[in-house]
Design a protein. Structure first.
Length: 176
């Protein structure tokens, strides 16, 4: 059984954490994030750390204890250093470019795919085939990267498509 919720979240210099009205707000050099506190969980901000306690030992309280701790840890990491996901586009004629706040991709379809980037995430295109998704919210960065990848998942026969950098795609043998 995991004991993640019992570990305190350390607060680095330059970051402030506040608990007001059933929500935890984290403010740092890169921005500000907040998340609602889950039922049966309380957050106590001490000197240089945040400790989470549960009201009882019910199954939901135990599960959400570790969840709240992980969410606040991700918020602290996000406002200090941020999160990054890297994607690569592989395939002949497959490419991407930024037009304002819209990502325009050619992925082998008869039409270009236009994806509007949300305001809290930035996407950088390097050399038409490498994408870098950055932001302070781990959930937003991961969701944007997953949405971009969903337009053309890697093919298991030729390996073409959008994949995470370093992702291994097992290439199947074709018809003999």
């Amino acid at each position: 059984m995991s004991r993640i919720g019992n570990n305190p979240v350390t607060i680095p210099n330059g970051v402030t954490v506040g608990v007001t009205g059933g929500a935890v707000a984290v403010k740092g050099p890169k921005g500000e994030l907040s998340a609602p506190l889950v039922t049966y969980i309380t957050a106590n901000v001490g000197e240089g750390n945040v400790v989470f306690e549960r009201a009882n030992n019910s199954k939901g309280a135990r599960a959400n204890h570790g969840l709240m701790r992980a969410l606040v840890q991700n918020m602290v990491t996000g406002v200090t250093s941020g999160f990054t996901k890297e994607l690569e586009i592989i395939g002949v004629g497959y490419r991407a470019q930024m037009k304002g706040s819209t990502l325009v991709m050619q992925l082998g379809y008869s039409h270009p795919i236009e994806y509007a980037i949300p305001g809290d995430v930035t996407v950088k295109v390097d050399g038409n085939t490498n994408l870098t998704v950055t932001g302070i919210s781990k959930q937003s960065v991961g969701q944007v990267a997953a949405n971009i990848r969903d337009y053309r998942k890697p093919d298991h026969y030729k390996g073409k498509g959008v994949r995470y950098k370093g992702e291994y795609i097992r290439i199947k043998q074709g018809k003999a």
